[in-house]
Design a protein around this ligand. Structure first.
Ligand SMILES: [Zn+2]
Length: 308
């Protein structure tokens, strides 16, 4: 009887225990990545490697599997040296994959006399990494319908180098072939111009992803159309590496371009982060993803999108 109870409890825990993300947890992750010690996480620096290593440790603690090889660190060449993307996968009931990504590199430091010379990049894009780690927290002890891949891209600030490299890496083919949709988180630390518990998606007019997602969205979370569509952010962020492969891939953001004064400035640090709003968005995003299955969620591009 004891044994049976144990088996039943184990089954129960696998299918139901979700781990909501606390504000404390969010604060911890952003504080490490956006700390002065990380010196702005510029690609090619030891601090960039250290950031990749830290993200790999978070993936390991969440029991993710390696995407390829025997490490979460997926190497690529940067100016004759090795730089790393970070990739982990969570197997679900289906081979079909939902991908969650964000870039972890930022623009480093500048030699300025006096004042703050470290570009901490709390919003850009420690916040995006925190979102994808938070989602993997939520599913740590669950078996999701979709398999889930988590990718932290490097070298975005130098021209989306990391996402280009990993999207074209043949070792990733099996995963790429199965991606039903990729959500790329880019600057989600502040309240959007649509208010709290709201994000916008780039390139909403190119697919039905936002409509499908919103149909299942929980607790008032909403994906809004891109208010800055004229700036063509859809083609200017890491998701584009996957768009070229005809994979459904959009960027998700909360940045309010009408007000934000921290973009690529030294004041993009912890002081501008709204932890409460971030926690609400990450938890509601996870709960929504929990309702998606390969049957009810299969977004498609329309003919307005340009693939090359
Ligand atoms: Zn960015």
């Amino acid at each position: 009887m004891k044994k049976l109870t144990f088996v039943l409890l184990s089954l129960f825990s696998i299918s139901t225990f979700a781990q909501e993300v606390s504000e404390e947890r969010i604060k911890t992750i952003i504080s490490v990545l956006a700390s002065d010690e990380m010196k702005g996480r510029e690609i090619g620096t030891p601090e960039n490697d250290k950031s990749a290593q830290y993200i790999a440790e978070l993936f390991e603690k969440n029991n993710l599997e390696y995407c390829t090889g025997n490490s979460y660190l997926v190497p690529f060449d940067y100016k004759g040296k090795t730089a790393y993307n970070v990739c982990g996968i969570k197997k679900g009931k289906s081979e079909k994959v939902l991908a969650f990504s964000g870039h972890f590199d930022h623009i480093g430091t500048k030699n300025k006399s006096g004042g703050d010379h470290i570009y901490n990049g709390a919003d850009d894009n420690a916040s995006g990494i925190t979102a994808l780690v938070g989602i993997s927290d939520y599913f740590k002890d669950k078996e999701p319908e979709f398999s889930m891949v988590f990718m932290a891209f490097n070298g975005e600030e130098k021209g989306m180098l990391g996402s280009k490299a990993i999207s074209e890496d043949d070792n990733m083919n099996r995963i790429n072939e199965n991606i039903a949709a990729l959500f790329n988180f880019e600057m989600v630390a502040t309240e959007s111009q649509f208010g709290k518990n709201a994000v916008f998606i780039t390139g909403d007019e190119f697919s039905d992803l936002d409509e499908l997602f919103n149909k299942y969205a929980v607790d008032g979370l909403k994906i809004h159309p891109d208010p800055y569509a004229k700036q063509q952010l859809f083609y200017r962020s890491d998701n584009v590496s996957y768009v070229k492969k005809r994979i459904i891939a959009h960027s998700i953001s909360t940045v309010d371009m009408t007000k934000a004064k921290h973009y690529h400035q030294p004041n993009d640090d912890l002081s501008i982060v709204n932890f409460t709003n971030m926690a609400q968005i990450i938890n509601n995003f996870s709960k929504t993803v929990d309702k998606l299955t390969p049957k009810n969620f299969s977004p498609k591009y329309n003919n307005k999108v340009k693939f090359d």
